[in-house]
Design a protein around this ligand. Structure first.
Ligand code: TMP
Ligand code: ASP
Length: 253
């Protein structure tokens, strides 16, 4: 057997390994699903394979329209080569329609259109349950500068426009999503890029006609089979081979 690569970091849904060259990492997509800060957990067969493909699809699309991101290439069914970045400790959330926590906080009906896309931030800290934080905290505690935040909002809105269009074309409404941002240094210059993943784990996706949920809320709220929902998203986007047997982990490990 080939020697195991050095593990750099293990998160809830992905593991990062040392990459083949300095400045690269291998991102492995697990089948683990968690919700409510891991109070709810399950292993969902095939989820990692789907998210690896879908994140490749969205990141490649972003590259094609000039939005910098960490993706280099997909290596196999569960792994992709990415640029090593320093993660900004924020979850950057963009909302087009009310759902989830904003609906609860403001007493809005889920699906209510928002007057404009709203960008908000959670501080990435599992012990605290990723609390929502204002810009004032982010700057005061040095998690990002005002210039970084301006760049982050610009990136987040470009990702929003791109994803909104891609999903609309296949009959899906992008309700909201979360991205993470990484820093890379090129000589003395620091650049920000889209990192982590873009997948139905980190978006809310509703069928435009029926309102059916095609994202992780299916798992959070026990609405049905998560793999079926993600497979439907992948099928509409033309991302997955039609032979769903290929997503069975037993066939690919
Ligand atoms: P929220 O309504 O629960 O705040 O979630 C907003 C969006 O962010 C939704 O698309 C789900 C996504 N999200 C994550 O990807 N990870 C998280 O830990 C949370 C809380 C939300
Ligand atoms: N990703 C978070 C968790 O693992 C929250 C969520 O997506 O609902 O618990």
């Amino acid at each position: 057997m080939a020697p195991r690569r050095k593990k750099i970091y293990e998160g809830k849904a992905k593991t990062l390994y040392e990459g083949p060259e300095p400045g690269t990492l291998v991102q492995y997509f697990k089948d683990d699903a968690t919700a409510f800060n891991a109070q709810k957990k399950a292993v969902i067969e095939g989820k990692g394979v789907l998210n690896n493909r879908l994140s490749e699809y969205f990141m490649t699309g972003l590259t094609n329209i000039g939005v910098p991101n960490h993706f280099i290439k997909r290596l196999n069914m569960r792994e992709q080569l990415i640029r090593q970045v320093e993660i900004v400790p924020l979850e950057v959330i963009v909302r087009n329609f009310a759902a989830g926590s904003i609906a609860k906080r403001l007493g809005l009906e889920e699906g209510t259109p928002l007057p404009r896309p709203i960008v908000e931030y959670s501080y990435k800290n599992d012990d605290l349950g990723d609390p929502l934080v204002p810009e004032e905290y982010i700057i005061a505690f040095g998690w990002a500068s005002q210039q970084d935040l301006d760049d982050i909002v610009a990136l987040a809105l470009r990702v929003n426009d791109f994803l909104t269009g891609v999903f609309y074309a296949v009959g899906i409404k992008l309700i909201d999503f979360k991205i993470e941002i990484g820093r890379v240094w090129e000589g003395d210059f620091m650049r920000l890029l889209v990192a982590d993943e873009i997948s139905p784990d980190s978006c809310r996706l509703w069928d435009i006609k029926t309102g059916e949920k095609l994202d992780k809320d299916v798992f959070r709220r026990d609405l049905g089979n998560l793999t079926d929902a993600y497979t439907e998203v992948a099928r509409r986007l033309g991302v997955m081979p039609t032979n769903t047997a290929q997503i069975k982990p037993t066939l690919i490990n």
